[in-house]
Design a protein around this ligand. Structure first.
Ligand SMILES: [Zn+2]
Length: 191
């Protein structure tokens, strides 16, 4: 059976090849635990030298890290006519969890390398199915350093997990569009 780290790495490699085919970043697996307070899986960005950027997966205790995140890996962007609507917090499948985690980190790369406009709560609140999610997240991120980047990356992860469940990420083009989505493209998509 494949380890969680290798499944996560494969998802990340897949997204990197779609988003940055000529320049995928290294994915470094480390045995030692992350620095205190750092996540086990991250996009390590060097603002003064982008060529130093890499993804890091700290493989020790990765399973308990993913288990601890499970309550947050749940669908809350359900559509009103969705058969799951009403049962708030439908858990992600394992595939959705890895996709959400990897989308989040690759979106961070897109944010910094492509300087895109970030999606924030003023956008999510204009939509039917994302407004509640945006309201909940806004509280956590509005006063945090880098909070705007976190909100946007977390959004892409959750949104992508739901799009996967509803079979709307069929092609590499669909995935690429999601990774580079702008606020106006998002609002058009949700009309
Ligand atoms: Zn993040």
């Amino acid at each position: 059976m494949k380890s969680l780290a290798s499944k996560l790495r494969e998802t990340l490699e897949y997204l990197e090849l779609i988003a940055f085919p000529s320049n995928p970043l290294p994915i470094v697996l480390r045995e030692e635990p992350p620095f205190y307070g750092d996540p086990q899986f991250l996009f390590a960005h060097c603002p003064t030298d982008f060529s130093q950027d890499e993804y890091r997966i700290h493989i020790g205790n990765l399973d308990s890290y993913i288990k601890a995140g499970a309550p947050y890996h749940a669908h809350v962007m359900l559509e009103v006519n969705d058969p799951d609507f009403g049962t708030r917090g439908v858990p992600f499948t394992e595939q959705e969890t890895f996709l959400a985690m990897a989308l989040h980190e690759v979106r961070h790369r897109v944010q910094y390398h492509n300087r895109i406009d970030l999606i924030d709560h003023t956008h999510t609140e204009q939509t039917g199915r994302c407004h509640l999610w945006g309201k909940m997240q806004k509280k956590h991120y509005q006063n945090m350093l880098g909070g705007a980047h976190e909100f946007d990356a977390l959004f892409i992860g959750h949104y992508g997990a739901y799009e996967l469940r509803r079979d709307r990420l069929k092609t590499e083009g669909d995935v690429r569009k999601l990774l580079f989505i702008t606020p106006s493209e998002f609002l058009n998509r949700e009309k």
